[in-house]
Design a protein. Structure first.
Lengths: 167, 167
DNA sequence: AACAAGTTTCAATTATTTTTGAAAGTTTAA
DNA sequence: TTAAACTTTCAAAAATAATTGAAACTTGTT
């Protein structure tokens, strides 16, 4: 397999994976492209490589920057904007976790707390509901805290974690 | 908030969360409904509660069973089929992890291996590509193995993990 | 074997999400 | 201040995904 083919395959695969995780295909593809580029890439180049419109490129780059995993760069003497991706994978994972926690887990916890604290009458049905949602609240809270802990490990948290787990 | 309202809120929230994770809304809602039901639920009841068609209910129940997180039950004397969800959350998390690993991570690893082992010529561009995809391969492999480890902890792995991480 | 009770399948429809492209907006430089 | 170079926005169009519903299928009963 030659370079161009490999690069394309990688971008496609990463894009497909994105869709399965609620991230749109183009956004994931742009990210993939930037991750494997050794130098900043312009919007023109992204449009060209992925065959997408200017509007599409612009919106998805914005989204990636909102997630904090893609940065704008300015090159001396150039008017154009260039983009680079966060390439450190520990850092990338931490940022993605933080963002998903904020956007999805925290709001869910709020609802879980609400629904798990209703006044359960004495029907078995209501008791089971309160019991199950309470357990779910505890579980999700614990999982979320664990993600937070990752940040504290800073460098190479995944490696350290694997070692701890094996002990 | 009264029971019916709380239940509905929970089902809606869980459904919305599902969409963000590449699971379709109805599938997540059915799962939510079954999780908080203290006894097996028939297809009729699911259709009624979620206001969905028979075909939709049937297909999504099938998908949930393929994931191994919903079971068919038979009640003595009844011709109809009933359904229950896996209610143990540790078990649920393990099953979901296993399934996603099989469906998404393993195929991705295969591609990453392929593209990261191309013959990199001496251009900085190609070298960076090989370097980055190799790191990605290692990272994803490590993360996947970690998920596997969860199973070994069996009971209450999340709790044990949190304790280990705090040490 | 014919029927009844229930379930599955899938082509057509409907709903949702993504993409486009052109107009409006910004920024820099002369 | 004007113009050129570039970016953003957003309504409309296109693409994708989910849902319906009725026919086909299964299974148990008489």
């Amino acid at each position: 397999m030659e370079f161009k083919e490999a690069k394309n395959k990688f971008v496609q695969t990463w894009g497909a994976l994105g869709s399965q995780w609620g991230i749109n295909k183009t956004m994931a593809q742009i990210h993939a492209l930037l991750m494997v580029s050794n130098e900043p890439v312009s919007m023109e180049d992204i449009m060209e490589e992925l065959q997408i419109s200017r509007g599409n490129a612009s919106m998805n780059l914005r989204a990636l920057m909102d997630w904090g995993i893609v940065y704008k760069e300015f090159k001396a003497g150039e008017r154009k904007e260039f983009f680079t991706a966060e390439k450190d994978l520990d850092e990338l994972a931490v940022k993605i976790s933080r963002e998903r926690s904020k956007r999805e887990i925290k709001p869910t916890l709020k609802i879980l707390k609400e629904v798990s604290t209703i006044e359960a009458k004495d029907s078995a049905e209501e008791k089971h509901f309160v019991d199950q949602t309470t357990k779910l609240y505890d579980f999700v809270l614990k999982a979320d805290n664990m993600l937070d802990k990752m940040t504290e490990f800073n460098e190479n948290w995944l490696g350290k974690l694997v070692i701890k787990m094996m002990k």
